[in-house]
Design a protein around this ligand. Structure first.
Ligand code: ATP
Ligand code: MG
Length: 332
């Protein structure tokens, strides 16, 4: 339990095309489901009471500070770390006992983890060869994947002949070329410079939409999460604080932690003066009162972090909006 497993091969090369076995494959609308999952490293519980359903084709981001358990959750989907209790399903099939190489998962990490002495072609083709895909199909699929990441014709290059951003594109091509059920991305942009990061954000979203793949993205960058995701899971110390659309977690943070993590500047402390369903009037420490909406019922007298400035000033369609237009209002 809680043991970290070593990948026998480079991470994004992934695994097998074999179905994991079990029930109702293909009819479940959830790509990934966690039920009451706990993950411990020895006595240390890194993730607790974690339940989450991720709809097929959606882009879900795990957002939270360093050490909150984001990578641990991602690794548990890939089978790189064992869960201590609860269950994980992929495509409606429980995978608790399914080894890494039988999970059809694409992985992209912060460090590109390309084979340094293999060409781009061989790097991208790796997962296909592993699955015994016919040679002619391999060539065609590699070509398509390289076109998708906008590096056509780079087959003969070595990773060392590419920039960091280009290497990350190759890592992405390698992860999607075998059409995995789920694409896991662990801080794939943090090693890139600001301009490249921005470009890759757009690029990753485009590819995810074009392929319809389910993507689970990990970041501690709020802007990245707000601009890319259909839904954001805000994590804190191994627990889920809130799940919602970018707009929901930004405009109606469920806890002070979420409000703080998604933008301290607009947070005003106060006391709940009156409650009307999910709406409440908060008496601010500075004297004024503001109306707030909460995703959870509030009780009178409770301390509350309000974000009135954000609610008035921010519109999902405004130019300064932190949200991607496509992300608003969609649920997974
Ligand atoms: N192999 C391990 N053995 C023991 N503890 C571990 C191990 N891997 C992670 N942890 C601990 O589990 C907790 C969650 O780690 P995890 O890597 O999931 O965090 P994270 O949210 O991805 O952080 P970061 O943003 O820094 O990557 C941390 O406290 C970490 O120290
Ligand atoms: Mg991490």
């Amino acid at each position: 339990m809680g043991t970290t497993r070593q990948m026998p091969r480079p991470a994004s090369a992934g695994v097998s095309a074999q179905p994991a076995g079990g029930s109702a494959a293909g009819v479940d609308r959830h790509a990934v489901e966690f039920r009451d999952v706990q993950i411990a490293y020895g006595k240390f519980v890194a993730v607790r009471d974690f339940s989450l359903s991720i709809a097929k084709g959606s882009f879900v981001t795990l957002l939270g500070p360093s050490g909150c358990g984001k990578t641990t959750i991602l690794r548990s989907i890939a089978g790189l770390v064992d869960i201590s209790s609860g269950q994980i399903s992929i495509g409606g099939r429980r995978v608790d006992d399914v080894p890494i190489y039988k999970r059809n998962i694409g992985l992209v990490f912060q460090s590109y983890a390309l084979f340094p002495h293999k060409t781009v072609f061989d790097n991208v083709a790796f997962g296909l060869k592993y699955r015994n895909v016919p040679k002619a199909d391999i060539a065609r699929k590699v070509e398509q994947a390289l076109a998708m990441v906008r590096l056509p014709g780079s087959e003969k290059k070595l990773p060392s002949q590419l920039s960091g951003g280009q290497q990350q594109r190759i890592a992405l091509a390698r992860a999607i070329v075998f059409e995995p059920e789920v694409l896991l991305l662990d801080e794939p942009l943090s090693a890139l410079d600001a301009n490249m990061r921005e470009e890759m954000r757009v690029e990753i979203k485009k590819i995810q939409k074009a392929t319809g793949i389910t993507a689970i993205f990990v970041t501690h960058d709020q802007e990245e999460a707000l601009s890319m995701s259909d839904r954001i899971v805000v994590m804190n110390a191994g627990s889920m604080e809130q799940i919602g659309t970018p707009q929901e977690v930004y405009e109606t943070p469920a806890t002070a932690f979420v409000a703080d993590f998604l933008g301290k500047a607009n947070m005003l402390p106060g006391i709940v003066a009156s409650v009307d369903g999910l709406k409440a009037t908060v008496a601010l420490a500075a004297g004024q009162s503001v109306e707030v909406v909460s995703p959870r019922p509030l009780s009178q007298g409770a301390a509350r972090a309000a974000r009135p400035a954000a609610r008035r000033a921010r519109s999902p369609r405004s130019r300064s909006s932190p949200f991607a237009p496509s992300s608003c209002g969609r649920k997974s």
